[in-house]
Design a protein around this ligand. Structure first.
Ligand code: NAP
Length: 282
């Protein structure tokens, strides 16, 4: 039977480590600060913002919000982001996505300076993750997978990491984060043939597809660490991952639950990036 890779425990450890670092920056005269830029009043966005504020206290950071109407003009939004780039009191900028339809998302996101792109959303951050040069941050979800493995002391060097999903926010950056740790990486996607024959060879297996049941019993093997990035809602309305948990759990070494897994770590990583940015500023 497997053991649980707890995102909640990983996040607590990150916050515990962050607090004294944030306090040291504050003692030097600057409170690490995240600027949230939100358009409209979507329930899910407001809930996310409340979560961010709650966790900011745990991290010893401050949060300021710029709330724009859903029909905000693109030029107004971009000029506000540019002001935030110049604002010495702000260490990180998080633009809530998806952006309203009338906006050119790429232009808006690219307005964020790389040094303050704590969500890892800009092209500069991508280049940073892919090359290791320049400045920027890894996307929080991809980084969260690495944080969980680090928290549980899972060695990555020389191991075979198989990622199912090749999106720009999860699969591709995660492949680079694994490579930077000297893992051997295979990235699978919807056109991959014989998926199970590949996933069974993994030491570390990650699913980020957004489809319930991407990984079942036939996709896994003993001694594997399985990390489930998926956030899906079943017919009963309950949140569930990509992995068929009950089917997979008896056959692998360790597994993240959903909820309580990867998704629980992303806000902690966001504040880790804010504190790192603040430390570089004081
Ligand atoms: P996405 O952009 O839709 O990408 C999904 C990827 O999975 C694509 O590369 C797709 O292949 C692949 N795929 C889909 N079905 C597949 C299948 N049956 N077999 C193999 N590959 C398959 O999704 P995303 O934005 O990366 O998000 C993925 C999941 O992670 C979603 O459930 C999302 O809600 C969740 N997520 C969670 C967090 C968090 O904080 N935990 C953050 C972000 C996203 P193709 O490229 O061939 O289409």
């Amino acid at each position: 039977m497997s053991f649980v890779l707890s995102g909640k425990e990983t996040a607590s450890a990150i916050f515990e480590n962050l607090r004294p670092r944030a306090d040291a920056v504050t003692a030097a005269g600057h409170v690490p600060t995240l600027a949230v830029v939100r358009m409209g009043e979507k329930k899910s966005d407001l809930a996310y913002e409340r979560g961010i504020r709650k966790h900011a206290d745990m991290a010893g950071c401050s949060v300021v919000t710029d709330a724009f109407p859903q029909d905000v003009r693109e030029d107004d939004l971009v000029s506000r982001i540019r002001e935030l780039n110049e604002d010495e009191t702000v260490d990180g900028i998080l633009i809530f996505q998806p952006l309203p339809k009338q906006l050119d998302s790429h232009r808006v996101i690219e307005a964020v300076s790389a040094g303050k792109d704590v969500d890892g959303a800009t092209d500069a951050s991508r280049l940073f993750v892919y090359t290791g040069h320049g400045s920027g941050f890894a996307p929080c979800t991809a980084q969260s997978v690495i944080e969980i493995l680090d928290y549980y002391g899972v060695a990555l060097q020389g191991k075979h990491a198989v990622i199912v999903g090749r999106s720009m926010v999860v699969g591709k950056p995660l492949a680079n984060l694994f490579l930077a740790r000297n893992a051997t990486v295979t990235v699978c996607h919807s056109k991959t043939e014989n998926l199970a024959s590949i996933t069974r060879t993994a030491d570390i297996l990650v699913s980020a597809t957004g489809h319930i049941g991407t990984l079942g019993g036939e996709h896994v093997s003993r001694d594997q660490y399985v990390l489930d990035v998926g956030i899906n809602f079943g017919p009963d309305g309950k949140m569930t991952g990509d992995v068929l948990y009950d089917e997979v759990a008896p056959h692998v070494r360790a597994l993240t639950p959903v909820p309580g897994g990867v998704g629980s770590v992303t806000t902690a990583v966001l504040f880790k990036h804010v504190v790192e940015s603040a430390e570089a500023r004081v």
